[in-house]
Design a protein around this ligand. Structure first.
Ligand code: HEC
Ligand code: HEC
Ligand code: HEC
Ligand code: HEC
Length: 142
């Protein structure tokens, strides 16, 4: 039944959100998921009140897609919405995956969308330092 719903969702774009959620990436990328789950991004809505979790003034940075119930800064906030690129044959074809929305996640512009002058709390956002703290590429063996 769930599979049916997913298929219907794919064939009726109007019903489908472009986001699939971090749990869908987890099966194929368990190591990246485990590292991400320890970063503040995974908990980026947990300190907000219920109202703030739905307030577009906050969810633009503290959620991936609030209308879909995808709270926190999940994979797709940095790597792009995954509806089109998640199937394995697409993911293995990097050119195709990129053409349908996959991003490496490492371009500073990805971070600057949310880490603005206004959102820096204690110290200015240093993208080189910040990237080291969220890294999960090459996590195998670490
Ligand atoms: C069905 C399994 C599967 C799912 C689901 C999946 N991926 Fe992938 N992903 C892969 C494979 C396979 C590769 C290619 C690995 C390789 O060839 O080295 C890959 C590669 C990647 C890369 C690296 C691309 C590059 O050019 O270096 C990123 C980033 C990525 N996936 C993110 C995601 C995100 C985010 C999601 C969820 C929205 C996701 N993947 C869901 C299997 C999957
Ligand atoms: C432009 C993006 C952006 C918007 C909009 C935004 N935030 Fe944030 N918020 C951030 C970033 C980035 C951080 C982390 C900053 C840092 O650590 O320097 C943060 C941190 C926080 C923290 C602190 C978490 C902690 O561990 O101390 C709280 C609480 C918070 N935001 C609440 C809110 C609320 C409530 C709203 C809506 C009224 C909101 N934010 C809107 C980007 C944003
Ligand atoms: C969709 C918005 C969004 C994007 C995109 C984003 N972040 Fe964040 N980031 C946040 C929010 C919100 C927090 C605060 C989470 C909390 O503490 O509740 C945060 C927290 C952090 C922290 C912890 C801050 C601290 O002082 O403890 C680091 C490090 C960080 N982000 C790095 C990055 C890097 C590097 C990128 C780009 C690759 C990036 N972020 C992209 C929203 C975002
Ligand atoms: C805050 C932004 C951010 C979030 C959130 C995020 N990533 Fe990444 N991801 C990155 C960056 C940055 C890289 C390294 C890219 C580079 O060096 O060009 C990366 C690399 C990757 C790679 C390539 C790994 C490799 O060894 O080359 C995969 C796969 C991946 N991420 C999957 C995920 C998955 C799955 C999630 C969610 C569980 C996730 N990412 C969440 C920013 C993010």
């Amino acid at each position: 039944m769930i599979a049916m719903v997913a298929l219907v969702g794919l064939s009726v774009p109007v019903l489908a959100t472009p986001f699939i959620g971090a749990d869908q990436c987890k099966d194929c990328h368990p190591k990246q998921y485990a590292q991400w789950a320890k970063t503040p991004h995974a908990r980026a809505s947990s300190r907000l009140s219920r109202e703030q979790q739905r307030d577009p003034r906050c969810t633009s940075c503290h959620a991936t897609s609030a209308p879909d119930g995808l709270l926190g800064v999940q994979c797709e906030s940095c790597h792009g919405a995954g509806r089109e690129y998640w199937p394995e044959p697409v993911m293995r074809d990097r050119k195709l995956a990129r053409a349908v929305g996959l991003r490496s996640g490492g371009e500073p512009s990805v971070c600057y969308r949310c880490h603005t002058v206004d959102s820096a709390l204690l110290r200015p956002f240093n993208v080189t330092e910040a990237l080291k703290r969220i890294r999960h590429d090459g996590v195998i063996g670490e």
